[in-house]
Design a protein around this ligand. Sequence first.
Ligand SMILES: Nc1ncnc2c1ncn2[C@@H]1O[C@H](COP(=O)(O)OP(=O)(O)O)[C@@H](O)[C@H]1O
Ligand SMILES: [Mg+2]
Length: 388
Amino acid sequence: MSKTVKTPDVVVRVEKSGNRYNAWDTDGNKRTSEITTGCRKKAHKGDYLLGRFTGTTGKTYWRKVEGEAPSVTTDSVPVDVPTDHAEVLSFIHGSYSLKPRGLMMNELKWKYLVRSGVRGKNIMMTGPAGCGKTMAAKSLVNALDRPDFYFNLGATQDPRATLIGNVHFEKKSGTYFSESVFVKAIQTPNAVILLDELSRAHPDAWNILMTVLDYGQRYLRLDEADGQQTIKVADGVTFVATANIGNEYTSTRVMDKALMDRFTVVEMDVLSENEENELLTYMFPNVDSTVLGNVAKIANLTRVESKSDTARVGSGISTRTTVELAGLLYDGFSLVEAAEVSIYPQYDDAGGVDSERTFVKQIIQKFCDDGSSDDLFNEEEVLEATEA
Ligand SMILES: Nc1ncnc2c1ncn2[C@@H]1O[C@H](COP(=O)(O)OP(=O)(O)O)[C@@H](O)[C@H]1O
Ligand SMILES: [Mg+2]
């Protein structure tokens, strides 16, 4: 391959906001959601700029570029929370353009999400795994130009340390308390605080958050801290939580009703076959469109099945999985191969021919061979389910 010097079409500088790394281009637009966290973090640590390039396949990618920092500094960008009613209205109703194209979410739901954010509601994104809850929550955070913090509560073993802090001991000074990033976050006026996977958090975390999320209380109790007993939540702080809620999540602890009551629920819709197809086509323009159409059909068939009274699978194939699968197709794997590694492991094979896995395999095979194989479906059944 010949080496040509390429010029990036967009250049960004990465700044730290709360515990997140935000990317700003020369025009002051936020590009955070377009660049991976690792890439942004490195650029910030290494104090270099990132440029956007287009590869031979037409996909864009970001890498280090030399040059002066863009002149726009985020310090000079005001924290933009509209207060005037007319302004709020126009912000909400003009906000669909702030939704990243790669996020499939209908206009009403997106506006409802933005409105809840602007109005300082505690937001709870619900829906089955892999339907875009975290993605939508992060997109909202990016759309609102405010200091933001991210906490994955499903991944923390010690909610007290994460949400409150740690008590340390030193020979000289005795015990002392070091507060958590969360304590800093709630004291940051107008911060947007993402509480990802709240449904999977330890019940201790829910208890700690009860007073924090209560509109009438809005404080954090520091049991362990000396002296100071409570920390007030600063004005304008917005919480955005996510929860896997769906009948297939029996392992998820059922969240306390009192905690749920503190949230405005925004339900993420599972994509329709058309939306799924549109998303995959947008993300993978170079993959055969018929195959992508089949992936959307397969996912939809499993979703329809999982909702039927006589469901043979507990849950449908998620959008996360179809995106992964399409990525494998893009990298040259066949549909059969891609399904084998990305879909089948999610379905139980206990019960042999009656297993969930066998059922899903048969749907997929329907789209892989000439249709002459003797399986669970005939053409009409497949058509029926597709049209449902
Ligand atoms: N509605 C959607 N629009 C676009 N991409 C989606 C959507 N839902 C899922 N995805 C894809 O699946 C991945 C996982 O989504 P995520 O937001 O982490 O799901 P959740 O938090 O609901 O489990 C995303 O990175 C994206 O590639
Ligand atoms: Mg998530």
